[in-house]
Design a protein around this ligand. Structure first.
Ligand code: NAD
Length: 480
């Protein structure tokens, strides 16, 4: 069975423990590869390799660094089919989604930061003819990047690309639930000629490998994407060590449908925003607020489209909803559907385990589920479910929907559908989230700041924000 090894000092290596954990294909429920069960000893080896590589990488002319990264981007593109298939098997998402969305985005992440660094400049603040201030932005050193399982290669590259472009060396940890594409990526790093030690990938469990990266006294910046609870644990360890922290955490995003929307577009985009990637995207709209005058009409049209979503084998081209990434997560989602019923919700469609016939009979499938009749502040509407489960709630006024939309502890993304420009601006200014999409969802420009407020995170990724995070800033004042 294939072994997913660590990538340390430019070489694919066994974990020190020589122990591996099962890696499961969620569409079949079967073990199909083995993932390195690394620990603090592997993290230390990775750190040593990164530290040794730092001087040369940080001082390499930016154009050369950029060229190596561009080679990596090219190799991702060349291997799109292979990576997409691997991502689909590892994570459960439909293969067409990986092929058209996630893998091209991973390529763009590397390409974007490889070119952005060539245009990254710092400031000067002249004080007339008295003095000159200028700002130096230098790489931090060895940084840690920890990523989740929902968009594995996409989010892994979204972190390591700015870190590397800015001249840092990296100790990275992909999720143990979906380690395969990061492993294939390490093979591409070797092929691209990335100097040894510049990027090190340590596979294994969060509390063992992730926490060893966070607690390592010489790894002084951590970029993390994952759950809010894990983010809090990371902050608890990193804050007293005064590490630089970027935390991209959970969400419970409102999707607000006003009566003056373009109806057909609102229904179609809302279905996409609810169930893409089985609802396992931090940006998915899981609370739909619909203006009362169109509530019944919207509900009918929305449910019709949702019940037509084809669920099943992720490798089939017409599958729209694939498998849930793991059994643990599958059980968690089902427990939330039960909770919603206990809280008085009515399931309008879905709500059940789905059992395909054939190859995927033992996979982890849940029907796209839509629930109504819940109060805006019940647990189902406050806690992140992170699966194909959505609630519908009517509203009467802008003030009321704003209050309900803002009522959770999260603040990642808000979607709204309206043709009224003034309303769109007013609402966008007042919703409490880091990202607002009006009449669209997940329309991304990599130059824009990305991240959440409240318990959805600290800091911003994307564009210059990411390059600023991965550099130390120093002001130099020269008396003239
Ligand atoms: P998770 O927090 O369980 O794990 C994320 C990563 O952290 C994994 O690599 C895991 O091994 C590691 N980890 C676990 N415990 C750790 C510890 N104690 N110390 C250090 N590392 C540790 O999250 P998940 O279940 O993989 O991902 C789902 C969550 O991620 C959801 O809450 C989702 O909203 C969030 N997410 C957020 C964004 C965003 O951009 N804001 C994007 C994607 C996913």
């Amino acid at each position: 069975m294939q072994k997913i090894k660590n990538y340390i000092n430019g070489v694919l290596t066994e974990p020190v423990s020589i122990h591996y954990i099962d890696n499961i294909d969620p569409s079949t429920g079967e073990v199909y590869s083995m993932c390195a069960d690394s620990d603090a000893r592997d993290v230390e080896l990775a750190y040593q390799a990164a530290e040794a590589a730092f001087e040369d990488w940080a001082n390499m002319p930016v154009g050369n660094r950029s060229r190596i990264m561009l080679r990596l981007a090219e190799l991702i593109e060349k291997n799109t089919d292979k990576l997409a298939l691997a991502e689909s098997i590892d994570q459960g998402k439909p293969v067409w989604l990986a092929k058209n969305g996630e893998i091209p985005r991973a390529q763009s992440n590397i390409h974007f930061f490889a070119t952005a660094i060539e245009h990254f400049s710092s400031e000067a603040h002249p004080m007339g003819n008295h003095a000159l201030n200028y700002t130096l932005r230098t790489p931090i050193g060895v940084v840690g990047c920890i990523s989740p399982w929902n968009l594995p290669l996409y989010l892994f590259t979204w972190k390591i690309a700015p870190a590397l472009a800015a001249g840092n060396c990296v100790v990275a940890k992909p999720s143990e639930v979906t380690p395969m594409t990061a492993y294939l990526f390490s093979e591409l790093c070797i092929e691209a000629g990335l100097p040894k030690g510049v990027l090190n990938i340590v596979h294994g469990l969060g509390p063992k490998v992730g926490s060893a990266i966070v607690a390592h006294e010489k790894i002084t910046a951590i970029s993390f994407t994952g759950g809010t609870k894990t983010g809090a644990e990371i902050a608890r360890i990193a804050a007293p060590m005064f590490k630089k922290l970027s935390l991209e955490l959970g969400g419970k995003n409102p999707n607000i449908i006003f009566a003056d929307c373009d109806f057909d577009k609102a229904v179609k985009e809302s279905v996409r925003a609810s169930f893409t990637n089985q609802g396992e995207i931090c940006l998915c709209g899981s609370r739909l607020f619909i203006e009362r005058s169109i509530y019944d009409k919207f509900k009918e049209a929305y449910i019709k489209q949702v019940s037509n979503l084809k669920i099943g084998d992720p490798l089939l081209d017409d599958t729209k909803v694939g498998a849930i990434a793991s059994k643990v997560h599958f059980d968690k989602i089902l427990s939330y559907i039960e909770l919603a019923k206990q809280e008085g919700g009515t399931v309008l469609t879905g709500g059940n385990i789905y059992k395909p016939i054939g190859r995927c009979a033992n996979g982890f499938f849940i029907e796209p589920t839509v629930i109504e009749g819940l109060s805006f502040d019940c647990r189902t509407n406050r806690e992140e479910i992170f699966g194909p489960v959505v609630t519908l709630q009517p509203f009467d006024t802008e003030e009321e929907v704003l209050m309900m939309a803002n009522s959770t502890t999260y603040g990642l993304a808000t979607m709204m559908f309206t043709e009224n420009l003034s309303r769109a601006h007013r609402m966008a200014a007042n919703v409490k989230s880091g990202i607002v999409w009006v009449n669209c969802w997940l329309l991304r420009d990599l130059r824009t700041p990305f991240g959440g407020i409240k318990q959805s995170g600290v800091g911003r990724e994307g564009g210059l924000e990411a390059l600023r995070f991965f550099t130390e800033v120093k002001n130099v004042c020269i008396k003239l």
